[in-house]
Design a protein around this ligand. Structure first.
Ligand code: GUN
Ligand code: ZN
Length: 464
């Protein structure tokens, strides 16, 4: 692939990354590990205009890159596609780590209280800035995001995403019952506000819209119908909601929708299942629900840290993936029910959830899912999630020796990629992320601006 490179190909090169390049192009479980990825020990990623123009051996490519092009030397580090998070709530950055409740009480006691604050002018912008800083610190470059019920929370989110240059999928939460007054829309306003936001943001630059009825409990049948209408009107938009997370939740859904055959059937009846529908959790599914998800090609988002933290239950990956027609599965943080923004830590907890059920989850499988796998379930596998020519240059650079404990452990890992990746997902977090590139630009925030300001003012105050 790299032996007949035309020098002019790189004439517009703006940046080059050098390091250990790892990129998946297939599911190791299906293709076999050795046919699922490409690994280059001394590799080069050449970037122009936000895209990858070449990936290959450094010795073969370097001579085609002009001397003026900056080379970011990541020798010894792993250069991977940026992580993709398939389910997260940006208004919950101050809900994370709230003590002692399970889903329905946790929503009332903590989440709905905090989400109401996004109504205040300026607050959504502030939270959005924090949220993007945090994601990029963790090497996450694309996420599927719930905003709040307030349309301005969506504008604030996408405006910040546009400023950062990230590819994001997000939408206004629709909820017209069973929540505080300050968080309610109506079937009509939920529809018209979502429609206007979708038209404003879906496909604008890198931004994509997700129609977002929160879950069956907080939407009337009329609102779910309106959401389904919107999904039919805009078939290339996403749909996101929650399904089968908690036993009390499921019992309440059955009370609220006595005519539905199951929780998943509530969504099916309103046209909310399909290949672009992302359903958070999917822990408790009846066989008929598995059938509905499989047939509709809907996506189940596995949220391990959240499922453990809220005491929800254990996601049965094997059951979903080994169904006669497999259910498509992605992995996600679900902050603030989830306890970490880090996809590495999310993989760590996923591994343990699967261990408890006697299920294997090798590191290659985990890194596949966090990158190409999550991109593929979102239908974005031709744009993000791999490092190859033509892909958008969203990249995470990981240092497997970032902490003393990791460096110490690495001393007895020699030339074994799977072991190294397993170490990264077990002990790794934002400290391992040496850099995050968004559309080819270094974008890992070094220090929160507020810390820098404080440090600067302290310096001034200390001056004689
Ligand atoms: N179900 C409905 N809303 C939520 C939420 O905000 N977090 C989680 N984990 N589950 C939900
Ligand atoms: Zn959620």
């Amino acid at each position: 692939m790299t032996s007949h490179v035309c020098p002019s190909l790189f004439s517009g090169a703006e940046r080059v990354l050098r390091g250990r390049v790892l990129s998946f192009h297939a599911d190791p479980r299906l293709a076999g590990a050795e046919h699922s990825y490409r690994y280059i020990e001394d590799g080069l990623v050449v970037i122009a205009q936000g895209r990858i123009v070449a990936v290959g051996e450094a010795h073969a490519l370097l001579r085609h890159v002009g001397a003026h092009v900056p080379v970011d030397d990541h020798t010894g580090r792993l250069i991977l596609p940026g992580f993709v998070d398939t389910h997260i709530h940006y208004p919950q950055t101050r809900v994370i780590a709230s003590y002692g409740e399970q889903l329905l009480e946790w929503l009332q006691k903590y989440t709905f209280v905090e989400e109401q604050k996004l109504r205040q002018q300026g607050h959504a912008e502030h939270v959005a800035r924090f949220f993007f800083d945090e994601l990029l610190r963790q090497g996450t470059t694309t996420a599927v995001v719930y905003c709040s019920v307030h349309p301005q929370s969506v504008d604030a989110f996408f405006a910040e995403s546009e400023r950062r240059g990230t590819r994001m999928i997000a939408g206004k939460v629709m909820m017209d019952r069973n929540a505080p007054e300050g968080l309610l829309d109506t079937a009509e306003s939920g529809y018209s506000e979502s429609r206007a936001l979708l038209q404003a943001w879906h496909g604008r630059g890198r931004q994509l819209y997700a129609i977002t009825p929160r879950f069956a409990i907080t939407s009337t049948p009329e609102q779910l119908e309106a959401a389904g209408t919107l999904a039919r009107e805009f078939p290339d938009a996403y749909v996101q909601t929650h399904l089968g997370e908690n036993r009390a939740e499921i019992a309440l859904v059955k009370q609220l929708f006595p005519q539905a055959a199951s929780y998943a059937d509530v969504y099916a009846r309103h046209g909310l299942l399909g290949p672009k529908s992302i359903l958070g959790h999917c822990i408790y599914l009846e066989d008929s629900e598995l059938e509905l998800l499989a047939e509709s090609e809907s996506i189940a988002a596995f949220c391990p840290t959240s499922n453990l933290f809220l005491g929800s239950g254990l996601f049965d990956m094997r059951r979903l993936q080994q169904h006669a027609k497999p259910v498509r599965v992605g992995i996600a943080t679900d902050v603030g029910g989830g306890t970490s923004y880090s996809m590495l830590q999310t993989a760590n907890e996923a591994y343990k959830v699967l261990q408890l059920q006697g299920q294997q989850w090798p590191a290659l499988q985990a890194f596949y899912m966090m990158t190409h796998g999550n991109a593929a379930v979102l239908g974005l596998q031709d744009r993000i999630g791999s490092l190859a020519q033509g892909f958008e240059a969203d990249i995470a650079v990981l240092d497997p020796r970032a902490t003393p404990a990791m460096a110490h452990r690495m001393e007895c890992i020699e030339d074994n990629l799977a072991e190294e990746l397993f170490l990264l997902m077990t002990l790794g977090d934002d400290r391992c992320v040496a850099e995050t590139y968004v559309a080819g630009r270094p974008s890992k925030p070094r220090k929160p601006e507020a810390v820098l300001r404080k440090a600067a003012s302290q310096l001034l105050a200390d001056m004689p």
